[in-house]
Design a protein around this ligand. Structure first.
Ligand code: COA
Length: 367
């Protein structure tokens, strides 16, 4: 059975920074309250012309470059997102087109903030079963578009960004070691974004009542999160036949510093063993774990051979954890990775659209 190694990584965040002081000019809050209750100082906000796909393509291009792969080497793209570009087509297909990943299947996965863990697990299982060799796993969000900027209990929390991993098959032991995925739909009403789906299609009523915004019972979500983080970590370690002492880093979903501190207490681990960067990005949902991972690699904290646990929770309710041995890029002949792959991808997309347009005219005339 092949192993599924994480061999590429990349991230992209919008340039625009929104600080706690900036938010205190919009709603009745202040920097001290937000920092004390959440640990967040600032978050990134997408420009009007930045979408989940825009950030995802930037992060994926970097990840492919690190993995030394061409877009056409990718067999499968899984895009986990809580804020997809549309209901359909899938954001993964927009990314597939823009990258020029012409041999890849592509789909979106919705498991809210646990989505990236679910997605790595799905990609790893496809690799381990032998059905594919190379997968691109993305977490991408523009949550700022769904935030009610008059609700001080939610607008302080969320931010925009994207991260991507490349997973590759290898006979060398390592990579993804085990994973656990959980859900409890009875808590679905604790964190919702209701309008725009089939039950509440967009209407004057949904607009008037703000149903197209994120709604949350913060205290209940907090209680749930503090309960499941340590539990899922212990479970995934047991499955991988590891102990907490084998783990170099826990990389948690970056929602609230107090939730991560509670997990640390539950696991009897010092906070120094947790990768935390939420003070600069807030909660970026599916992007938070890859953003924290990429920064840890770039700072030299996370190194090849380190055993790590990703752990997260989110709307659904969903939660899960994944244990892995960090690999780093595989040793392959370096390919020149020019910008031209993206340009070629765009050109191919344009030609496909043009052909479809011309065919439409021909068929239209024939009818
Ligand atoms: N600034 C100032 N005061 C605020 C505030 C803000 N931004 N937001 C809420 N408050 C007030 C409340 O109105 C409340 O006032 P009251 O006592 O007069 O009614 C008081 O602070 C305490 O509210 P509470 O909701 O108990 O605060 P909290 O300590 O639970 O913190 C959250 C609120 C949202 C930060 C916290 O519940 C949380 O992080 N929950 C988890 C959310 C999460 O992670 N969601 C994403 C899951 S993926």
């Amino acid at each position: 059975m092949p192993y599924a190694h994480i061999t590429g990584w990349g991230m992209s965040v919008p340039e625009s920074v929104l600080t706690n002081d900036d938010i205190s000019k919009i709603v009745d809050t202040n920097d001290a309250w937000i920092r004390e209750r959440t640990g967040i100082r600032e978050r990134r906000i997408a420009r009007d012309n930045q979408f989940p796909s825009t950030l995802a393509v930037e992060a994926s291009t970097k990840a492919l470059k690190v993995a030394n792969l061409k877009p056409t080497d990718i067999d499968l793209i899984i895009c986990s997102t809580s804020t997809p570009e549309y209901l359909f087509p899938a954001t993964a297909c927009i990314v597939q087109d823009q990258l020029g990943a012409t041999k890849a299947g592509a789909f979106d996965l919705l498991a809210a903030c646990t989505g990236f863990i679910y997605a790595i697990n799905m990609a790893a299982q496809s690799i381990q079963s032998g059905s594919i060799k190379n997968a691109l796993v993305i977490g991408t969000e523009t949550l700022s578009r769904f935030v009610d900027w008059s609700d001080r209990s939610t607008c302080i929390l969320f931010g925009d960004g994207a991260g991507a991993f490349v997973l590759q098959a290898s006979e060398q032991p390592g990579g993804v070691l085990s994973a656990v995925m959980h859900s409890d739909g009875s808590g679905g009403d604790l964190l919702t974004l209701q309008a725009g789906g089939s039950k509440y299609p967009a209407s004057d009523e949904t607009l008037r009542t703000g149903m197209h915004y994120i709604r949350m019972d913060g205290r209940e979500v907090f209680r749930f999160a503090t309960r499941v983080m340590a539990q899922a970590t212990r479970e995934v370690l047991e499955d991988a036949k590891l102990t907490i002492d084998d783990i170099a880093w826990v990389i948690p979903h970056q929602a609230n510093l107090r939730i991560i501190e509670a997990a640390a207490r539950g696991l009897k681990l010092p906070m120094e063993r947790f990768i935390v960067n939420l003070e600069r990005y807030g909660n970026t949902s599916t992007a938070s774990i890859p953003l924290a991972t990429v920064e840890a690699v770039e700072k030299g904290q996370l190194k090849a051979g380190d055993k790590i646990v990703f752990v997260g929770f989110g709307a659904g309710l969903t939660w899960g954890a994944l244990a892995a041995e960090w690999t780093g890029p595989m040793e392959t002949e370096p390919i020149v990775y020019p910008q031209r792959y993206r340009l070629l991808g765009r050109l191919r997309s344009l030609i496909n659209r043009l052909i479809r347009f011309v065919e439409g005219i021909i068929w239209g005339r024939g009818a």
